[in-house]
Design a protein around this ligand. Structure first.
Ligand code: IMP
Ligand code: MG
Length: 181
């Protein structure tokens, strides 16, 4: 699956700047809310958010725990079915915890909506969403994104954790995916 690599949409330095800003805001918001013995439970939605979550938690000036969940709403194609399967659940409990869910991209919104519905049944103290990207033009259900990295147009992007058929997650920049002719 060769790709033309000339189309950087958001560079690694733009990403780093934005992650720092988001982390500062999250730190400000949660510092007064966490009691002395509490930590923020950061839930990274695999696989796409692993790079973003890793960068974000290292910029937070808060006591954190990190857990992972893997969900899949896509079959072989690129259309979200809304039928979300939990492929790997969290290890820990979120009851009475302050939870920050970290997602790579909100596209149709179906995946994250299902996940947030599931999490709310687990009785966290609070739950907020931090998404690296949002494609509002593709939205099928309204999603409140409490902390958003970037809004992008309806283009398929890879890199910074995002893939096409498991490729290009390791690319440090966010790139528009174009198959080489
Ligand atoms: P949604 O249910 O349509 O919001 O799907 C969100 C999921 O689809 C994300 O977590 C990504 O895994 C995947 N996705 C959506 N758009 C893109 C893209 O442009 N590049 C890579 N993955 C994408
Ligand atoms: Mg994906």
């Amino acid at each position: 699956m060769p790709m033309k690599t000339s189309s950087v949409l958001i560079s690694r330095s733009q990403i780093a700047d934005r992650v720092r800003e988001l982390a500062m805001k999250i730190t400000q918001d949660y510092s007064p809310r966490l009691k002395a013995n509490e930590s923020l439970l950061v839930v990274s939605v695999l696989k796409g958010s692993f790079v973003f979550a890793a960068d974000l938690v290292r910029q937070l000036n808060l006591p954190c725990e990190i857990d992972f969940i893997e969900a899949s709403s896509y079959g072989a194609g690129t259309q979200s079915s809304g039928d979300v399967k939990i492929l790997k659940d969290l290890r820990g409990n979120m009851e009475s915890r302050h939870v920050l869910v970290v997602e790579d991209i909100v596209d149709t919104g179906l995946t994250i909506t299902r996940l947030l519905q599931l999490f709310k049944t687990r009785n966290p103290s609070s739950i907020r969403l931090c998404a690296f990207l949002h494609k509002p033009s593709r939205s099928e259900v309204p999603v409140t994104i409490d902390y958003l990295g970037f809004t992008i147009e309806d283009k398929f992007v890879v890199g910074y954790g995002l893939d096409v058929n498991e490729r290009f997650r390791e690319c440090p920049d966010l790139v528009v995916y174009q198959e080489a002719k």
